[in-house]
Design a protein around this ligand. Structure first.
Ligand code: CU
Length: 341
C-alpha cells in the first residue's frame, strides 16, 4: 500500500511538471513573417530600442513589442591607442550594443548595411570596401535562410522575432567567412529576462563580452588576420572590446552590495574561465537561465557562444581583479578591476 501511494504521488508530481512544461511551451512563438529587404537606408544612424553599450546594461522596455534598430558600419576602431583597426561593427562599436528584453516580447528589428558609407583615407583599404553583412540572433527561433540572410551594401533588412527562453545570448554576423566577420568585430549580447524578471534583485549590474582579436599590421593600421584565427592564436583577448581597459580604468562598485554580471563569451574560438580574485560567485545561472542554477562557484567556464548571469559580493573595500583564469588570455588582455569603495 505504501509503495502504491509513493508511486501515485510520483505520478502526480510528474503530471504537474509535464503540464507546466506544456503550458510554457504553448506560449512559445515559433517563426515569424518573412523578412523584408529594401534598398532604403534607415533614416537615422543612431541606435534605437532597449540598447546600451557594455558595461552598461539597458533598461527593459514595457510592452509586447519593442522596436530595435542598429546598423552595420565599417570604421577605424581603436582597440588600443596604438592599434587602430579596420573594424566591421554593429552600432558603431565592438562589441555591438547590448539588447535587453523579456521572454514573450517581440523584437521588431531593422538594420542597414552602411559599409558603403566609409569616408576618408581608409575607404581604399581592402577590409573597408563595401560588402555584404547579416545578423544571427541566438535568442531567436526563426528560419535562418530567411532572417539571417546577407544583404548588400545600402540595403536594409527588417524582421521580427519573439523571445522564448531567458538567457544571455549572442548575436553575430553570419556572412561567410563567418570567422572573418566575427574577428572584425561583428558580435554582441542579448539579455532575455524571464517573464517575471530574474528571481532576485541586484544592487549593481554590468555586461561583459569577452572576445579575441587576431591582427596583422597593414601600413599604419591593423587588419584582421584569418591565418592566426584559424590556428587560434589571438593577438588580444578582451572584455568589451579593449584589452585590459578595466585594469586601466577600474569599474567602481560598493563593498558588500550584490553585483550581477551578464557574461558572454563571444569567442569566436576559445573558452573562458571567468573568475573574480577575492570572492566566490554566489550564484551562477548558466547561459543566463535561472533554471540552470549553480552555487558557490570559483569560476564559470564558458565555451564560445555561451553566456551566464553571475552574482557575487565583494566582501570589503579594495581592488578585486577579474580575469579569464586561462592566464594566457588574461595576459593578452582579459583582465580588469572592480574597485570596491
Ligand atoms: Cu558581416
Amino acid at each position: 500500500m505504501k509503495r502504491l501511494l509513493a508511486l501515485l504521488s510520483l505520478a502526480i508530481v510528474w503530471c504537474s511538471c509535464t503540464n507546466q512544461n506544456t503550458n510554457e511551451n504553448s506560449k512559445m512563438v515559433m517563426g515569424s513573417p518573412n523578412a523584408k529587404v529594401t534598398n532604403v537606408p534607415n533614416t537615422q544612424r543612431t541606435i534605437k530600442g532597449p540598447l546600451a553599450y557594455a558595461p552598461q546594461v539597458p533598461k527593459i522596455q514595457d510592452g509586447d513589442t519593442v522596436e530595435v534598430k542598429f546598423d552595420v558600419t565599417h570604421k577605424i576602431f581603436n582597440i588600443t591607442n596604438a592599434t587602430p583597426f579596420t573594424a566591421w561593427t554593429f552600432g558603431d562599436s565592438i562589441p555591438g550594443p547590448v539588447l535587453r528584453i523579456r521572454v514573450g516580447q517581440t523584437v521588431k528589428f531593422s538594420m542597414t548595411d552602411r559599409s558603403n558609407e566609409v569616408a576618408g583615407m581608409a575607404m581604399n583599404m581592402e577590409p573597408m570596401k563595401p560588402m555584404q553583412h547579416s545578423i544571427d540572433f541566438h535568442a531567436a527561433m526563426v528560419n535562418p535562410a530567411d532572417k539571417y540572410r546577407s544583404i548588400q551594401p545600402g540595403e536594409t533588412i527588417s524582421f521580427t522575432w519573439t523571445a522564448n527562453y531567458p538567457g544571455v545570448f549572442m548575436y553575430h554576423c553570419g556572412t561567410p567567412m563567418v570567422l572573418l566577420h566575427m574577428i572584425s568585430g561583428m558580435i554582441g549580447m542579448v539579455i532575455v529576462e524571464p517573464r517575471g524578471g530574474y528571481p532576485d534583485k541586484a544592487d549593481q549590474e554590468f555586461a561583459i563580452v569577452q572576445n579575441e582579436y587576431y591582427l596583422k599590421q597593414s601600413g599604419a593600421l591593423f587588419v584582421p588576420d584569418t591565418s592566426t584565427a584559424r590556428i587560434k592564436h589571438p593577438t588580444y583577448v578582451t572584455f568589451n572590446g579593449k584589452p585590459a581597459q578595466y585594469a586601466i580604468h577600474p569599474i567602481h562598485v560598493k563593498a558588500g552590495e550584490k553585483i550581477r554580471l551578464y557574461l558572454l563569451n563571444a569567442g569566436p574560438n576559445n573558452a573562458t574561465s571567468f573568475h573574480v580574485i577575492g570572492t566566490i560567485l554566489d550564484k551562477v545561472w548558466f547561459d543566463g537561465n535561472p533554471k540552470n542554477e549553480m552555487e558557490g562557484m570559483q569560476a564559470v567556464y564558458l565555451g564560445p557562444a555561451t553566456g551566464a548571469v553571475v552574482e557575487f559580493v565583494l566582501p570589503e573595500k579594495g581592488k578585486y581583479t577579474f580575469v579569464d583564469h586561462s592566464f594566457a588570455d588574461a595576459e593578452m588582455g582579459a583582465q580588469g578591476i572592480f574597485q570596491a569603495d
